[in-house]
Ligand binder design. Structure first.
Ligand SMILES: Nc1ncnc2c1ncn2[C@@H]1O[C@H](COP(=O)(O)OP(=O)(O)O)[C@@H](O)[C@H]1O
Ligand SMILES: [Mg+2]
Length: 477
């Protein structure tokens, strides 16, 4: 029989020491400060990461001199622990834990921090996830810091059938001049792609490419978004004044997507910029001059809007100097193999799949569908089929579950399960599926989804709310 200590006080005291020793053992470093943030303790192991030679190099110094972005002082001041955090030190990401140190009367007298070893297996997923988030963030930051660049070229606009070739030919001509261009085509037919390609092939290629989706800006903000504001024009957020898109695009190209949604009262101001290359920022009476080529895009029939009185005729004629019609995918069946091949290459290059191919039966299945969301929808369909495929070779069967039925409507009829449900319930299910299908085909863009269903944006929003479907109405730039 062994002899065990059972005295609670002893166990408690041992528990603390054990915890400390364990942690110190597991960790790659430990450091403690007093209430004033001066280092009172650091262990040998930590010295290397801190690039210090001796423990005495740290003792007595303010913590920030040793670890510039340390949060130890905050813990000592607030008494709130930070149980798990990631701290950067010398370019490395360290998992750290920080706790207040209290005296017998529970007054905070300092703080202690441990760097947990990244060899601890349970931390590996956390660290890997963090690494991933960091790299995503870097990418997003890079993209944000150069939002005014266009990446597509004419080679990216795939297809050789007559109408695609014609669009490409006209776009090539447009690139050689600075005329205003109108791109007309359904959602997902490559309007933004072609706008970028025109910019990149033009003399303005090394100047900004600025893209604005008119439909995504609330009517009341369109004017300041486009033309900017002078200091003091508004009380509140914009007190400092700011540049509008026309100024940001100076020397380059301004892409105005969904131009048909431009509020009527601002259309004359837009017309004036197109004609005179000048405008007045909101709140200013001084004329600003700009040199901007405008490429506008529409997926509605502007001529029809003119006859309905929601689009100014003079603006329409000004935009209609060089109109390029982008054909819908269903009219370019002959290009389906090339377009699929390109999209699959892109998907493979983005890294999730080692290989991706489509077989003739796969192509045949795709040719039966009428593609209301065009190439954007095709890309989504290919991606979804790949997720479900084991081989990366997409055949007809792989699309059977994904395509909404060969008759080509956005959502198929509800599946008859044998159970009879109340009519209202069946109707709601049908409605919800229809909304979801359209959203998916429009890549989450509400205005486009609404248009495909031929209902207003307001109605679409109401229905989304009814079914608790949340989406954001920003289009990818
Ligand atoms: N002819 C095409 N060849 C290759 N990719 C295309 C083609 N048309 C469109 N795409 C791709 O489809 C997606 C939607 O194109 P986008 O230019 O955003 O369409 P739109 O602005 O007309 O809605 C993009 O990923 C784009 O690269
Ligand atoms: Mg678009």
């Amino acid at each position: 029989m062994g002899h065990f200590v059972s005295d609670p006080a002893t166990i408690r005291a041992r528990a603390m020491e054990t915890l400390f020793e364990r942690l110190e053992d597991l960790c790659e470093g430990a450091i403690a400060i007093d209430r004033d943030g001066h280092v009172v303790y650091v262990n040998e192991k930590y010295l290397h990461s801190l690039r210090l030679g001796h423990i005495s190099d740290a003792i007595g110094r303010p913590i920030e001199e040793i670890i510039p972005n340390s949060l130890m002082r905050r813990v000592a001041e607030t008494g709130e622990p930070i149980l798990l955090d990631i701290m950067e030190l010398g370019g490395e990401q360290l998992v750290v834990t920080r706790m207040p140190i209290e005296d017998e009367n529970r007054n905070v007298i300092g703080a202690i921090g441990f760097v947990l070893s990244d060899r601890v297996d349970s931390l590996k997923p956390l660290i890997a996830r963090m690494g991933q988030l960091e790299s995503d963030l870097r990418l997003a930051k890079r993209q944000l810091s150069q939002p005014r660049s266009a990446r597509f070229t004419f080679d990216d606009y795939v297809g050789n059938t007559e109408r695609i070739a014609r669009a490409k030919e006209l776009a090539g001509r447009a690139a050689r001049q600075s005329v205003t261009v109108l791109l007309a085509g359904e959602t997902g037919t490559g309007k933004e792609l072609l706008a970028q390609a025109i910019h990149n092939a033009s003399g303005r290629a090394d100047r900004p490419f600025v893209s604005v989706n008119v439909a995504a800006i609330p009517d009341t903000l369109v004017e300041s978004e486009f033309f900017g504001t002078v200091p003091g024009a508004y009380t509140g957020a914009d007190r400092k004044g700011r540049d509008g898109k026309f100024r940001s695009a100076d020397g380059g190209t301004l892409f105005l997507d969904e131009i048909g949604e431009m509020p009527l009262q601002l259309q004359s101001k837009l017309l004036r910029v197109l004609q005179e290359r000048e405008f007045e920022p909101v709140g200013s009476d001084k004329v600003t001059k700009v040199d901007v080529r405008v490429i506008a895009a529409t997926n509605v029939d502007l001529q029809k809007r003119v006859s309905e009185g929601t689009f100014r005729a003079d603006l329409f004629y000004r935009l209609n100097v060089l109109t390029i019609a982008l054909p819908p995918l269903r009219d370019c069946a002959g290009d389906l193999p090339d377009i699929c091949a390109r999209l699959l290459d892109d998907i493979v290059r983005s890294g999730d799949y080692p290989s991706a191919k489509i077989t003739p039966s796969g192509l045949a299945a795709l040719a039966c569908y009428d593609w209301p969301g065009n190439v954007r929808e095709l890309r989504n369909v290919l991606e979804r089929a790949l997720i479900l495929s084991d081989s990366g070779r997409l055949a007809g069967d792989d699309f059977a579950r994904i395509l909404p039925g060969a008759e080509g409507k956005v959502a198929g009829p509800p599946v008859v399960t044998g159970a009879v449900v109340p009519y209202a319930q069946a109707e709601a299910a049908f409605e919800k599926r229809t909304l979801e299908g359209a959203l998916e085909a429009a890549n989450g863009q509400i205005s486009e989804a609404a248009r495909m269903l031929r209902i207003s944006r307001a109605t679409f929003y109401k229905k989304l709310a009814k079914f608790g479907l949340a989406v954001s109405d920003s289009s990818p730039v």
